[in-house]
Design a protein around this ligand. Structure first.
Ligand SMILES: [Zn+2]
Length: 441
């Protein structure tokens, strides 16, 4: 394997599909691929058979100096193959793109970071440790990957700075394409709504206590009601960089005008509108609904899963207050059961690593402006941010896929990354690393 594209293809072909079950993932395959790529095995962690993560380290001369870690995940989500025009696990190159599950989430970055790290391995000794970590299980919460490592091997995987997800293409800026640096992510608040009833014969519904009915009303309210808005400072900085009409830019930072501005943007750019909505609102998405088991039995239990996502400044109370408000008379009979939650988190768009990324953008684009973005999903960066690390996602992409189109490829059909974007990102990350080392305090 000579370059990042070769490695990316091999990682796609390894089919490390994480379906949420402990025995899926099979990340050991890609850990083996990485050991071929680096020409040596790394430090392997395997908290469950087959669920391997691997760490490579270039030890620094000063153990107390700040560390930088490149972190990528090895697992991918399942596919619906009928929606693809290329084999999702073929790693084919066609029309200047590498096609396959993981091509943007995030095997492209895992491969590009591995390439930069391999190049750096033959250089002089750094001052602080440089780390490359490839983890299992990002797509199901990290219990067999990042979370396990941070909880059990913190001193080994500790780092003050980290580059990881999500690297986005440039946004349409005031003076042309403006690079995006991901600085934070929303917090998932997965919960279930449940209603109880009394079983009975489906032939006699009059006055029956059918658990399905109030829950169906609740789910409709959840999906149809406006949700609480927060305009963060990072969001203001992001909007300031956008090449939109002044009236739309004003609307995007004004809670009273926000929703109508999003509707306006949706007319021409529905995917961007969806992103804007997610970055400014508590979102509440009904995803699973279960009630009843037989066509002639009135159900006594109904349950719906809601994927809610919190902005910085929102918490469990935000969700509970919102539900109390929108459920009306049903609020008392519907219980809210927490499934999984974690707080929104972000790193400030300032400091040593931020400036290093701007150095690298300046070399390539002649300009130091960048748009700080928020990702509506969650990533493994949160485990390091919780312990005080600064974590960003950044790359350099060609203009063949726009920022909004890129967003639709995450967990979607026809995931692909251009060969040019792979080359640009490897170059960019190498320059960012060099700048980071130059900026040693
Ligand atoms: Zn990912």
């Amino acid at each position: 394997m000579n370059n990042a594209v070769d490695l990316l293809q091999a990682l796609i072909v390894n089919r490390c599909v994480n379906d949420g079950s402990p025995d899926s993932g099979h990340e050991y395959r890609s850990v083996e691929t990485l050991s071929e790529f680096f020409g040596e095995p790394g430090q392997v962690f395997e908290p469950h058979p087959g669920r391997q993560s691997v760490l490579y380290r270039i030890p620094g001369s000063d153990p107390s100096a700040e560390r930088l870690m490149f972190m990528g995940h090895l697992d991918v989500v399942p596919v619906s193959p009928t929606g693809w025009t290329h084999d999702p696990f073929g790693g084919e190159i066609d029309d200047g793109f590498v096609w396959g599950r993981g091509a943007v989430d995030m095997l492209n970055m895992t491969a590009a970071m591995a390439m930069v790290f391999r190049q750096r391995m033959s250089g002089s000794q750094p001052r602080g440790d440089l780390l490359f970590l490839a983890v299992a299980d990002e797509e199901n919460g990290g219990a067999y990957g990042a979370e396990y490592l941070v909880d059990n091997h913190w001193e080994t995987v500790r780092s003050e700075y980290m580059l990881t997800e999500i690297a986005y293409p440039a946004v349409a800026g005031v003076a042309g394409p403006t690079p995006a640096i991901n600085v934070g992510e929303k917090g998932p608040f997965w919960h279930q709504l449940r209603s109880a009833g009394t079983p009975g014969h489906g032939s006699q519904p009059y006055g029956a206590d059918n658990a399905l009915i109030p829950l169906a009303r609740a789910v409709t309210s959840v999906a149809g009601s406006p949700t609480p808005v927060i305009i963060t400072d990072d969001w203001r900085s992001f909007v300031a960089t956008l090449g939109l009409p002044a009236s739309q830019k004003a609307g995007l930072v004004d809670p009273d005008l926000l929703d109508e501005t999003i509707d306006e943007i949706a007319v021409t750019d529905p995917f961007f509108a969806r992103y804007v909505h997610a970055c400014t609102h508590l979102t509440m998405t009904p995803t699973v609904f279960n009630a009843g088991g037989k066509a002639n039995v009135i159900p006594d239990d109904a349950v719906a899963s809601i994927d809610a996502r919190l902005l910085p400044g929102q918490d469990e109370d935000t969700v509970r207050e919102h539900l109390a408000k929108i459920l009306g008379g049903d609020a008392e009979s519907i219980t809210v059961e927490l499934v999984r939650t974690s707080a929104a988190n972000s790193s400030p768009p300032t400091g040593r690593l931020w400036e290093s990324l701007l150095d690298a953008y300046e070399l390539n684009l002649g300009d130091r402006s960048a748009a700080p973005t928020l990702t509506p999903a969650s990533t493994d960066a949160r485990f390091w941010r919780r312990r005080g690390a600064v974590a960003y996602g950044a790359g350099l992409f060609c203009d063949r896929v726009s920022f909004p189109d890129f967003l639709t490829m995450f967990h979607g059909h026809d995931e692909r990354i251009s060969l040019e974007s792979m080359d640009l990102t490897v170059k960019f990350l190498g320059e960012a690393l060099a700048a980071f080392e130059r900026r040693s305090p």
